[in-house]
Design a binder for this molecule. Sequence first.
Ligand code: TXE
Length: 474
Amino acid sequence: MQMMIADQFLESVSGERIQINNPATGTACGEVPAGGGEDVDFAVQAALDAFTPWATLPNSRRGGLLYRCAELIRREADRIALILTTEQGKPLREAKDEVYGAAAVFEYYAGSASLVSSGYADRLPRYGYGIVQRRPLGVCGAIIPWNMPVLIAAWKIGAALVTGNTLVLKPSSKAPMAVLALGEVMKRSGLPGGVLNIVTGSGNLVGDPLISHPEVKKISFTGGMETGRHIAGVAARTMKRVTLELGGNDPMIVCSDVDPVAVAEAALLLRLYNCGQICTSPKRLIVEDEVYEAFVTHLKRRISEVVIGDGTDPSSMIGPLNSEEVRSSVEHAVWRLGDEGAEVIMGRIPDTLPRKGFFCLPALVTGCDGDSPVLQEEIFGPVIAVINAGDSDEAIDIANNTRYGLGASVWTQKIEVAERLAEGLEAGIVWVNQHMKLPPEVPFGGVKGSGSGRENGLAFIEGYTEEKTILISR
Ligand code: TXE
């Protein structure tokens, strides 16, 4: 595949390419250009050239274009989803969910176009009156990871474009092809050249020139904590705005009044979605005493029934992890939890499991210590870690015992318990009797080490525009 810059599909200036591997086979499934600084300069220039005509379109026209994109994305969902499964590993039905989710995100932004409006201050006795314009920032940059690339790209593209900005987007080199397919579909929907540019390549060679480029006014980043720290530092030097989403270590608190079997089943399905590689996956199940045994008993039975396999096989409940690097870090975390004294039960290896590929058996780890140093970090894989808590006060202490603060959930039928725990949890979003749901209508982002700034909801208006006041006296 090729990069998308201005109204062209291009190779990189260097002519070099990056091989993309299918995580289910460990073998090549495609190639993309290995971009560099000159490609970034070219893309930023294309975005600058496209900016004024795009920014001066009526909001409704930009919204209308995003609706058309959503329509075509839905029509081409099967094709984009297959590319996503092939390069990322997730089961095809999850890849389709993700592509449809991206279409819904574009519909949300299209429908919100009219909310991006200016203000008026009437009757300022000594000054006349004031007009408060909302203006786009200019050229924005987006850097995204490999775990949910199509959905996360849609969040950033929808918000930047509907507010009149143009965008240079850098996908992860571990899953760039579905994002290129998304861009190509958007272009075919009528998006003018240069409004969205996609430059593929490494973090050092494409990411760094993008975050330090003087013409780029904002960087929206989703990825690892260390990279986020680096980006915030570099962006500060050119006074860029920065939004950072740096992962999570979400607690799921299971209170004593719930049906433990039903909630354990929900926890299993949620935790294994995308093979556990989701920032808001429930990574620590904190279960109160009264329901702990029944909860764990259900999981012990179910863990052996989880079918692992190639994401294109409809019987696979989970696919491989995205890379060898992720697999070894997940396996290492499971060994360490075992060393700390937790009980580890591994899932079953099916006879049909391909020999190669980055497959990682799901692990149920029970009796975990709430203070475990391993559990204070994000485990990005199919590890169901269960911690026993005496009561809800202890549960909340354990829940907040991490440097992350992205999402959290409380499972209870008692509204007063839900309210009290939701109040005490250190998180950007707290779910009650659900987890990991992110409709574009609500703001999303973290506290503590999970980052800063919000995406979606109405946060996009503040995030992608600036106000200019004109005070008029006659
Ligand atoms: O992230 P990186 P990785 C977590 C998860 C995972 C870990 C590392 O725990 O194991 O992070 O994942 C680009 N300048 N999350 O290695 O390196 C890079 O090319 C500019 C949580 O994939 O942060 C890619 O496009 N850009 C997370 C993007 O940053 C740079 C989702 C993310 O890569 C750069 C994914 C640089 N110097 C992983 N270096 C979440 N928030 O959910 C790299 N990049």
